[in-house]
Design a protein around this ligand. Structure first.
Ligand SMILES: [Zn+2]
Length: 106
């Protein structure tokens, strides 16, 4: 008889930044889309993100602003917005008609 079935082996992963060897658990590593992010341990990832943000704050803000601008420019997004606006206008038209009918009957 062997115990291999009951034994749960936890993978040991080395962080690329601090080079620490850590067991692959959700306490040590982040999970993204159901998979462990093995490249960096949690503390390192946090530091990295913070550092990146402080270093590139302006860029990130600028980028998200531009993204919004560019996003709206995309033809399919425009089409979607136009569609929505058309639908809203149609609805308002309908409501106006209804209002008109209401005032007439009053
Ligand atoms: Zn690390």
């Amino acid at each position: 008889m062997s115990d291999t079935k009951t034994e749960i082996k936890i993978e040991i992963v080395r962080c690329n930044d601090c080079l620490k060897e850590l067991p692959l658990t959700k306490d040590n590593f982040y999970i993204c889309k159901g998979k462990f992010k093995k490249t960096r341990c949690k503390p390192c990832k946090r530091i990295k993100t913070k550092l990146y943000y402080t270093k590139n704050k302006k860029k990130i803000i600028e980028y998200s602003k531009n993204y919004q601008k560019e996003y709206i420019k995309r033809p399919y997004v425009r089409e979607r917005i136009n569609k929505k606006n058309r639908a809203e206008r149609a609805l308002i038209k309908k409501l106006m008609k209804f209002k008109h009918l209401l005032t007439e009957t009053q």
